[in-house]
Design a binder for this molecule. Sequence first.
Ligand code: TYM
Length: 394
Amino acid sequence: MFLNLSNEPYLKMTEKGNGEYQVTPWSVEGEVDYDRLAEQFGTKYIDEEIKEYLIKFTGEVNFFVRRGFFFSHRDLDWIFKKYGEGEKFYLYTGRGPSGKVHLGHLLPWYFTKYLQDKFDAQLLFQVTDDEKFMYRDELSLKDVRNSTMDNMLDIIAVGFNPKKTQILVDTLWIQELYSISIRVAKMINFSTVRAVFGFTESTNIGMIFFPSIQAAPSVLYSEKLKKPVPCLIPAAIDQDNYWRMMRDIAEKLGYYKPAQVHSKFLPSLSKGGKMSSSSPESAIYTTDKPKDIEKKIKNAFTGGQPTVEEQKKKGANPYICPIFWYDNYFFETDDVKLEEIRQDCVSGKLLCGEHKMCLISKVKNFLADFQAKREKAKDAVNDFLYDPKKEVVL
Ligand code: TYM
């Protein structure tokens, strides 16, 4: 059976919209218009119903949702409805080990940890070393394996529950995914993946097959448990293509459609775009030293005026300023304090230099703690590695 998706809105996703931005699983350029993106992708906004479910099951509206960082979903209402009826879900997320982990990657993982804790959920964490090897010409298998080992420390340092988390590295455990992947692959033709992922004549054939490998963990625990079980995938919205593809065929293969909750992107420290490993000066890595943090933040773009005098007179624009968004999405958990910061930016009371110094100190504190956890993680790797014999109890 072959899909005909020619009328789907997401076929437009590799176009540059009106010239302002482009979002694919491999790159994000320009200033993303999230409203338009959600419309193009056909996802739903997190609304009052979802927030009511969150209050019912967790007692609160989580920080990331409250601040609008996690903003969109597919079937999250269905996941919660099932949960209310006693049917548990598992979480699935991942990492493509192309280099070092930056602060942006951590945010969906922290939300995943939050969901794991609140819903006592199993987590399947895929590490797509195959993807990064095939996608990035300059990376050898050895490079992606080294990054896998290194990135695993970041994943563990986030604090997932070792009893309920398995990290599946593709090249080590492809046999667990393969029989699912080929069934997925057989139902999807080239014109579909070309349209969904923007593949071209020169895309290597490994990448053309790869979407079926990233789709497979979304139903792996259904396979293991020999019945369809709900799966929720927290990730930034750049990964949505895979799930759109999988959702079109999941039921035909006897599974539930995987559900998603999508985040926005932690912005780059330079103007526009997301924090990305391909732009090292504008990304803060989990392994950065205090002097790197200082240098990068001091050089960051801001929403400020060219001179202090002008800023005091006209104020700054926090909405285009990465320093403000780092406070909003990551560091300033107190809503009242955040609003004060926003007002002080707008009125010109808070100068960009001062705001940068505050952020430098917050990032330094956070990373000192995180790097200590990363060190400890070295002894815990075996507790998290995927074990095909481990019984999965949702
Ligand atoms: P990767 O390694 O590019 O990204 C890992 C996770 O980080 C998210 N992300 C960001 N989130 C916020 N701000 C940013 N600036 C930012 N940049 C990246 C990504 O959306 C992702 O959630 N192919 C995937 C690995 C993968 C995966 C998955 C991801 C395999 N299975 C299931 C999510 C869910 C990849 O290369 O992710």
